[in-house]
Design a protein around this ligand. Sequence first.
Ligand code: ATP
Ligand code: MG
Length: 333
Amino acid sequence: MSPKPRVFSGIQPSGMLHLGNYLGAIQQWVAGQGEKTNFICIVDLHAITVPQDPAALRRQTRELAALLIAAGIDPQQTTLFVQSHVRAHAECCWILNCVTPLGWLERMTQYKMKAQKQESVLAGLLDYPVLQAADILLYDTHEVPVGEDQKQHIELTRDIAQRFNYLYGETFVVPEPVIRETGARIMALNDPTAKMSKSDFTRGHAIRITDEPDEIRWVVKRAVTDPGRDITFSDDPTRAGVNNLLQIYELATGLSRSAIEAHFMGKGYGALKNDVAEAVIEVLRPIRERYYHLIDDPAELDRILVIGAEQARAVAEPKVRLVMERVGFVLAT
Ligand code: ATP
Ligand code: MG
């Protein structure tokens, strides 16, 4: 029997999870449990590439662990851990920095977008995708299930792996991105030209997984649509708002596109928004309930993360030693 494929994905403790994280990434992680060997990493080293308040970061790290478990990540089946608990990530990142041309990083879209929002851009923000490459490559990852925004970074990871393998001999598995068709890019409700982001705290931008039903109704009701009337799926950028609502509805209900278009035939945007809000409320309700139960027991969460870090280290430490050996370091015993 061939070994199970390895799956790795990361998520930043940079704020409360939103519907885009859930539909674009986490649902896929949950669906793949069991058939594959899964590593899910709470990437706190990545979070500090933009300024974070230390107390908030600590709180958000535990909240994210609770939310991931509430959303269906089973620590018995998935290695769930915090990036900074496994030093191999930072060690491997340094070595990969020394094979990555600067020009590869300067053309990354996420870097350019995030840099624009900062008063002073930190070196870590430019280096973000190299750390991400280290995360993925340390685990001999085959598949990286992510939202569409991360595709460019996974391609860079592949380039870095291939370059290292070329320079120092076959060391890394070259991973593949896995991006679902619907939900890969959930747009902001107040601006359908921008992706929904955890680190945008404007009210109306996102639906957070823990939002109460009334807040979800409020946000969806104010979602930007267009002056037309058609409630049909489309690629037309001027109808991105309605298309986004329809994609959310599709994922929340599991209905086919034709059934959805038939359901909304002859109805207005008011009805669309009402039905989207109610469908999302039903999907999030059990997650929210489990979350409040889990967050009440931080000691249990910490225990789960300690076990996850031990399991992750068992894979990442021998790998980083191999990397060090390949580049010519004298290994400390
Ligand atoms: P930040 O704004 O701090 O970068 P984020 O919302 O982009 O936060 P990340 O932690 O960077 O979240 O990404 C976690 C996962 O969620 C990644 O797989 C990413 O591709 C996916 N993701 C993020 N935003 C969306 C979105 N709007 N639609 C679909 N998937 C998304
Ligand atoms: Mg992001």
